[in-house]
Design a binder for this molecule. Structure first.
Ligand code: ATP
Ligand code: MG
Length: 575
């Protein structure tokens, strides 16, 4: 058990107490809502409401540009810019509910587009800028994009060849051109200059569509997940209870808005709480990241296991080199966080890394290690107040909740919470399959211990059936990660006639280790000792890298397809 209590001043003095008295209806009272009872709009909660208070001159977003210069937007500047963009959409004749896409790096225009689109009550969908033309085409067409905001270079390279195949795409707005090129290819600057800076947010039903997000594509073809304005309830309460936002905080979410974390927490949640967020335009770079934490005096840092593992591999002690005394909270999401990483955080930053679990479909954090509670390294934590999570057995489309602790089953969530997705776009069948009765099936397997902590087992698709045992790859991977020369690992089930599937591990060794037969034997022996022969890998292969999605998730299905010589499937999100 690791306690963070002494380090952190927190809202959630007693998790159980907050949980027992929690009502979603009461959250409505803490949000401001649109004036004159005109509904609930994410952009109003994120910007306009602060622009009317003392917060108006504080920094909402600080961009660290590639050349390391800053560009700051106060809440009132952000209000003006996003109102202008909403007027741009109006001037272009865009209708409420139509879909506005962005394809850009983490530049201010992307954030202005996102929030301006929400103000206008159109739907915003961000695409990761490194996608190639085909994945871009698939997503734009699936989302019925009417406007795309992008840069001139990305347009030339990736979008121009697609235009004839996208009949619904009415306008392409280039962020870095000064003048319109045609009736269709427009200049962001020129449009913004011509737009008024006052915009009255129209009546917004909390159920109005707001955001479209494509999943990471870890288990197959990415799905287009639709969220409504009411999702802001979850952004707000997770900002309060999980991220522990206070007015003076400087927050850094390292995710790109091309993934849901980069929108829910890279844009919306910190703004709703009126705090300052920093956004780095540059990709991962350990030295740059540590110096961002130091120079920007970051207090709360939200990142992912893949980045943490890269920092861990560096063999430097950040606290000895950088002054990180302001940093009081580190959180991680996206993949299981090995217990070793939690401890590494404790040793190197003086605070553990707080794991939390959620998905594109849930719109916000659902299970978390709260700053206020004793955390269990290796566990995802406990459910958010207002969210009912259970472990279930599912057979023949029947669901049975498992009450026995430490029993593996499907991780399911009681439907009806505000940020649960409202559909997979143009895929009603697949959406329906996610529900049985009152329960949403996450597709992940987990266990709950007797103290109510949830432990990740694996994705249902990745589970290995070997000699009558169900083996979660995470368990095997976690154990192998404990072996000192192992730097990264991915485990799959390989079909084998007598035992069903055998456990096969792909290992990346630390740079100074020789990938020879002896090392392999040592690791195998270690694994058998730690896990027993039934679960320990029967095959080990040393590889240079593990294939991952752009959002840092291990693509086990690709390793398996390659192993079996099968088609590789959708690789649009492969890093
Ligand atoms: P796709 O649905 O297209 O296969 P994906 O599920 O990876 O892709 P996301 O919605 O980005 O797309 O990721 C959510 C998934 O990430 C979860 O269902 C879970 O498998 C994994 N995940 C997220 N956070 C954690 C965590 N803290 N521990 C373990 N797994 C996590
Ligand atoms: Mg998924």
């Amino acid at each position: 058990m690791v306690s963070t209590k002494d380090k952190i001043e927190h809202h959630l003095s007693n998790y159980e107490k907050v949980k027992s008295s929690f009502l979603w209806e009461n959250v409505a009272k803490e949000l401001s809502g649109l004036p004159e009872g005109r509904g609930l709009n994410i952009a109003h909660e994120a910007i306009d409401k602060h622009a009317l208070t003392n917060q108006k001159n504080s920094i909402a977003l600080r961009f660290i540009r590639k050349d390391s210069n800053f560009q700051d937007f106060t809440y009132s500047e952000l209000k003006i810019q996003t109102s202008k963009f909403a007027n741009v959409l109006q001037n272009l004749g865009i209708q409420k509910g139509e879909c506005i896409f962005s394809l850009a790096g983490r530049i201010p225009e992307l954030y202005i587009t996102a929030l301006g689109t929400l103000k206008y009550t159109a739907v915003f969908c961000p695409l990761y800028s490194v996608f190639g033309p085909e994945p871009i085409f698939q997503r734009l067409s699936k989302g019925d994009a009417v406007v795309l905001v992008t840069t001139a270079a990305l347009f030339e390279k990736k979008v121009k060849p697609l235009i004839d195949r996208l009949p619904y795409l009415r306008y392409i707005i280039l962020t870095d051109s000064n003048k319109h090129a045609s009736d269709k290819i427009l200049s962001f600057t020129q449009l913004m200059e011509e737009a008024k800076d006052e915009f009255k947010i129209p009546e917004t039903n909390p159920e109005d569509p707001a955001l479209l997000h494509f999943t990471s594509g870890t288990t197959g073809m990415p799905k287009g997940v639709l969220h409504v304005h009411k999702a802001v309830y979850t952004h707000y309460i997770t900002g309060k209870y999980v991220l522990d936002f206070h007015q003076e905080d400087v927050f850094w979410c390292t995710a790109d808005p091309g993934w849901v974390t980069g929108t829910s927490y890279g844009i919306i949640a910190p703004l709703v709480h009126g705090i300052t967020s920093i956004i780095d335009e540059e990709e991962f770079d350990a030295t740059r990241w540590y110096s961002n934490l130091e120079k920007q005096k970051v207090t709360i840092w939200y990142t992912a296991p893949t980045a943490i593992r890269r920092l861990m591999r560096m063999n430097i002690k950040p606290k000895e080199i950088y002054n990180l005394e302001k940093l009081r909270l580190i959180l991680s999401v996206g993949e299981p966080l090995h217990a070793g990483a939690v401890i590494w955080g404790l040793e190197n930053f003086g605070i553990p890394i707080l794991d939390n679990w959620w998905q594109t479909e849930t719109g916000g954090i659902m299970i978390a290690n709260y700053p206020s509670m004793n955390i269990q390294p290796g566990s995802m934590g406990k459910p958010l107040p207002g969210i009912e999570v259970a472990i279930a057995e599912i057979t023949d489309n029947q669901i049975k909740l498992i009450t026995e602790p430490n029993t593996q089953g499907h991780l399911v969530l009681k439907k009806g919470f505000p940020s649960l997705f409202r559909g997979y776009l143009h895929d009603e069948e697949r959406f329906k399959k996610c529900f049985i009765g009152d329960w949403y099936l996450s597709g992940d397997l987990a266990k709950m211990d007797s103290a109510g902590y949830f432990w990740f087992v694996g994705r249902a698709d990745d589970i290995i059936k070997t000699s009558g045992h169900m083996v979660g790859p995470f368990e095997v991977e976690s154990t192998l990660m404990k072996y000192p020369s192992v730097s990264e690992v991915a485990v799959i089930g390989k079909p084998e006639p007598t035992i069903g599937e055998l456990v096969k591990a792909f290992l990346v060794l630390k740079t100074d280790i020789n990938p020879n037969e002896e090392t392999k034997m040592d690791i195998m022996a270690f694994a058998r000792r730690e896990m027993g022969p039934a679960v320990a890998p029967k095959e080990i292969e040393f590889v240079a890298t593990i294939p991952k999605t752009r959002s840092g998730k291990i693509l086990r299905r690709l390793l398996k397809a390659r192993e079996l010589g099968l088609p590789e499937g959708d690789l649009s999100t492969l890093e």
